[in-house]
Design a protein around this ligand. Sequence first.
Ligand code: FES
Length: 125
Amino acid sequence: MESQTADLAAARLQAESVGIRSARRHIFLCCDQTKPKCCDRERSVVAWEYLKRRLGELGLSDAGGVLRTRADCLRVCEAGPVAVVYPEGAWYARCDPPVLERIIQQHLIGGRPVDDALITVRPLS
Ligand code: FES
């Protein structure tokens, strides 16, 4: 019981340090897949490294308001790298660095989805 309490305290500290309490948006990117279907694994890793670097450079990581998560597969499995941004539920295709930069600037910062890169939109309520 004591170790469970310690685990929970550690998890709360970690949640604080990754910026969960100040998050405005969360982007999930299909990356480093066990079974690459939407794009080559190498291409997805390049996309992830770009996303991670740019969010850091722009001060959006940690307490900067944007959470990021690598997903093994987002189940769309076409036209990848596939990404989804919440809370809007904006699903994006071909998220290579040029598209990711537009998503960062226009959606993650500006709040407006990038229409021509959208697969579909479905906010969760
Ligand atoms: S492998 Fe990328 S969405 Fe399924």
